[in-house]
Write a protein that binds this ligand. Structure first.
Ligand code: AMP
Length: 536
């Protein structure tokens, strides 16, 4: 029997139209390179994004052609987010923190035909222009300076654009793409469909995921070149909320000033950002008046319980979330179930510092060598996921059979436990697991235990080859400014919390831990650095 429902495509075009119709007066605030604030409204955003789409159509591009962006988080990038896919093209966000050679490789591999670039990022573009072959380069005059000859001026293009010819979009057509910024290997392209982005936005907005509504003031600190700023620009425009975009100013003081002046209620970023914010707040607690209970999504790397507790003391609510470029990225969020509200504070923090419960339509399992791990909160297995916004392959790469299982699950490369309530806890990357005397040790658990020490700012634990135990953990520690401690004190601190064989055999103090462009610790680099380590 057939249903009697309309076949209505799930596309960003609907989100875009609806935003203009219903929320024309909603504000979009962007921090510019000179630190001033640019303000306009959804109606301006809609008009200009449509003009961008019209201008691109007039360039003779074909549906599905890739348009690259090399931009910070601001209004023009938001225009690209909707103008490009609603005109039938594919928004390809380039990660400006990568090495110029990698950016060129990615642009070539994606077949990008046009680049839209912030004028302040032209020096970066100059470093790889010889290796990438864009047919047109459109410059956004963010700093107010005239656009040099040889480039298209974004503002002039928009002012002269013919109106957008709204194409009929297939919901399964490509709308966006992003390359993984993995810690090893060549970047791989993930292509998002309209349908995936729409469903992801709906699931993200739900009360038990991110709970975004039109009364929010939303500030994505996570860059718009990293998994579409976790989809927040799409979700925010879908619900019609105020958007606050921090531009290139991502230092703690600039962000706190912005949170205060724009009454931000919801923000999102990686743990390194929040560490800086926390230090600024602890130093000058009275300097800022923030929205009480402001929600802060922490993802991309693990949020420690110490951090969650510390923000609670400032009446700021951390929401721990897990996801990946391949999962668009929403996978899990760590809300407390209603049935767990009566637990003790310590138990509640235990749940909130896990990565959380899967969003609707995200199915997951932890797989061991002997099949699916029981949901007992202790058995570790490789986390595998499937769902309507989970990648089924990479752009123009042969199917990698080690990434997808024969029965259609995506192998995340993360190791996790799942407890009886369904909360996922990431214990490691498969590549980072430490195996000592045949037993697994979770480097993430060790790191979280170490950062609970008052003198420790950051910790990375790696496995180093050992003649007797195969591998033993070595802890690499960054101390807080002015703080002091030593190996003995750290051992004594860990001893009551962990199994004896988990305690690292060595502690090394360093000024900083190497990280990727998206804030992940580069453990491969650390392993390389300590490869020749001699155990006493
Ligand atoms: P990316 O595709 O660059 O966003 O990286 C995804 C990877 O980041 C995941 O596979 C995890 O290893 C890591 N990750 C993301 N969120 C978390 C989290 N909340 N806790 C621990 N690791 C995370």
């Amino acid at each position: 029997m057939h249903s009697t429902m309309m076949d209505f495509p799930l596309t960003l075009a609907h989100v875009f139209r609806r935003a203009a119709r219903l929320f024309g007066a909603t504000e979009v605030v962007s921090r510019l390179p000179d630190k001033s604030l640019h303000r306009y409204h959804y109606r301006d955003f809609h008009y200009r994004a449509a003009a961008l789409g019209g201008a691109l159509q007039a360039m003779g591009l074909k549906p599905g052609d890739r348009i690259a962006t090399l931009m910070w988080n601001h209004y023009a990038h938001l225009e690209a987010y909707f103008g490009i896919p609603c005109a039938g093209f594919v928004l390809h966000t380039l990660n400006l923190r990568l090495h110029p050679d990698d950016i060129a490789f990615i642009a070539q591999h994606a077949g990008d035909r046009v680049l839209i670039v912030d004028d302040v990022l032209l020096p970066l573009y100059e470093k790889f222009r010889g290796k990438a072959h864009f047919e047109r380069v459109i410059v956004v005059p963010l700093s107010g300076a005239a656009v040099a000859a040889g480039y298209d001026d974004y503002e002039q293009l928009i002012a002269a654009a013919p109106s957008l010819a709204s194409p009929v979009l297939d919901e399964n057509a490509a709308a966006g793409m992003c390359y993984t910024s993995g810690t090893t290997g060549r970047p791989k392209g993930v292509v998002y469909s309209h349908r995936a982005l729409v469903l992801h936005s709906m699931a993200s907005a739900m009360g038990d995921t991110l709970a975004l509504t039109q009364s929010d003031s939303l500030c994505p600190v996570v860059p718009m070149f990293h998994v579409n700023a976790w989809g927040l620009p799409f979700t925010g425009v879908m619900v019609g909320c105020k958007l606050v975009l921090p531009g290139p100013h991502l230092d703690a003081v600039s962000l706190l000033d912005l949170y205060q002046s724009e009454r931000v209620t919801f923000t999102a970023g990686v743990p390194t950002i929040w560490m800086g914010i926390l230090q600024a707040l602890e130093k000058n607690p009275a300097q800022w008046t923030l929205t009480p209970g402001m929600r802060m999504v922490v993802g991309g790397a693990a949020a420690s319980e110490t951090m969650i507790r510390a923000f609670d003391r400032h009446n700021l609510r951390v929401l721990h979330a897990w996801g990946m470029t391949e999962t668009t990225p929403l996978g899990t969020t760590a809300h407390l179930k209603h049935s767990l509200q009566s637990l003790s504070d310590d138990e509640k923090y235990g749940y909130r510092s896990k990565q959380g419960l899967p969003a609707p339509f995200v199915e997951l399992r932890a797989m061991t060598d002997d099949g699916e791990a029981p949901w007992d909160g202790t058995t570790m297995g490789e986390l595998q996921v499937r769902g309507p916004w989970i990648a089924a392959g990479y752009h123009e790469l042969p199917a990698e059979d080690d990434k997808w299982t024969a029965d259609g699950w995506f192998r995340t490369g993360d190791v996790a436990t799942i407890d009886a309530e369904g909360y996922v806890k990431i214990t490691d990357r498969t590549k980072d697991l430490i195996k000592s005397g045949g037993e697994w040790i979770s480097s993430l658990d060790l790191e979280n235990a170490l950062v609970a020490h008052p003198a420790v700012l950051e910790a990375a634990v790696i496995g180093v080859a050992h003649p007797k135990w195969d591998e033993r953990p070595l802890a690499v520690i960054v101390l807080k400014a002015g703080a002091q401690t030593d190996e003995q004190a750290l051992r004594a601190f860990l001893a009551p919390k962990l199994a004896k064989f988990w305690i690292p055999d060595a502690f090394v103090f360093v000024p900083e831990i190497p990280r990727t462009s998206t804030g992940k610790m580069l453990k491969a680099t650390l392993r390389e650095r300590f490869r020749e380590w001699h155990w006493p």
